[in-house]
Design a protein around this ligand. Structure first.
Ligand SMILES: Cc1ncc(CO)c(N)n1
Length: 211
C-alpha cells in the first residue's frame, strides 16, 4: 500500500510534529489549566499570525489550478475574517489585553512564520502555498480532535479548540491534504522543504508562549 503524499511529509517532519501536537501548551489549554500569561502571549502573537495567514489564503485563491479549490479557500477566508477574528477580540477583552496587542514586538517564531508565509505567497507556487496551509490547519486539527471532553468551561480555552475541530474545519483539512497529495509530488523538493520548516516553526511558536 502506498502512503498518501501528505502523510509522507508529516512523517518526515517528526519529531517536531509530535512535539507540537503533544506540547505543554496544548495539554494545559485542553485541560483548562493554562495560566493567563502564556495564553495572553500566545493570542497576541497568533493574531499577527492570522493576518499573514489571510494573505496566504489570498495567494491560495490566486494560485489554485481549479475553481473548486479556489471556492473552498474563499469560504475559509470568510471564517478566518469572521468568527475566528471575533474570537480573538472577545478573548483579548476577557484576558484584559490592552495596548500590548500592538506594542509587544513580534516573537522570533512569529517573524519566522510571517517570512515563510510571505515567501510561499510570493513564490506563486500553489504546492508551496498548500504546504504551509496544510501544516497550519492539519497540525491544529490533529491536537484539537484529541482534546478530552468535556471541554474547559472558559470560552477562551473551549472555543480555541472547537475553532480547530468542527465539521467544516475537518472538511477543509481533508481538502488541503487531497490537494497536496495531488500537486505536491510534482514539486517534491519544494514541498518537503516548506512543510518541514513550517512544522518546526509551529513547535517554536508554542514554546514561545512560555518564554
Ligand atoms: C501558529 C498557528 N498555527 C496554526 C494555526 C491554525 O490556523 C494558528 N492559529 N496558529
Amino acid at each position: 500500500m502506498t502512503e498518501r503524499y501528505s502523510e509522507q511529509l508529516r512523517a518526515l517532519s517528526e519529531p517536531d510534529w509530535s512535539a507540537a501536537t503533544e506540547h505543554r501548551f496544548v495539554r494545559e489549554l485542553c485541560a483548562g489549566t493554562i495560566a493567563p500569561g502564556p495564553m495572553r502571549r500566545y493570542l497576541i502573537q497568533d493574531h499577527r499570525f492570522l493576518d499573514s495567514f489571510l494573505r496566504l489564503l489570498g495567494a491560495a485563491i490566486a494560485t489554485a489550478d481549479t475553481m473548486e479549490a479556489r471556492l473552498r479557500f474563499g469560504r475559509s477566508a470568510g471564517v478566518v475574517s469572521g468568527e475566528e477574528n471575533t474570537y480573538f477580540l472577545r478573548a483579548f477583552a476577557s484576558l484584559g489585553v490592552g495596548a500590548e496587542r500592538d506594542t509587544d514586538p513580534d516573537s522570533a517564531p512569529t517573524a519566522g512564520f510571517k517570512a515563510l508565509m510571505r515567501e510561499a505567497a510570493e513564490s506563486g507556487s500553489y504546492p508551496a502555498v498548500l504546504s504551509v496551509l496544510c501544516v497550519a490547519e492539519w497540525l491544529y486539527l490533529d491536537w484539537a480532535m484529541r482534546a478530552p471532553r468535556p471541554l474547559p468551561a472558559d470560552f477562551v480555552h473551549a472555543e480555541w479548540i472547537t475553532l480547530h475541530d468542527n465539521p467544516d474545519f475537518r472538511q477543509f483539512v481533508s481538502v488541503l491534504r487531497s490537494e497536496l497529495d495531488r500537486v505536491g509530488p510534482g514539486s517534491d523538493a519544494e514541498c518537503r522543504d516548506v512543510f518541514r520548516r513550517a512544522v518546526a516553526l509551529e513547535r517554536q511558536f508554542l514554546d514561545d508562549a512560555y518564554a
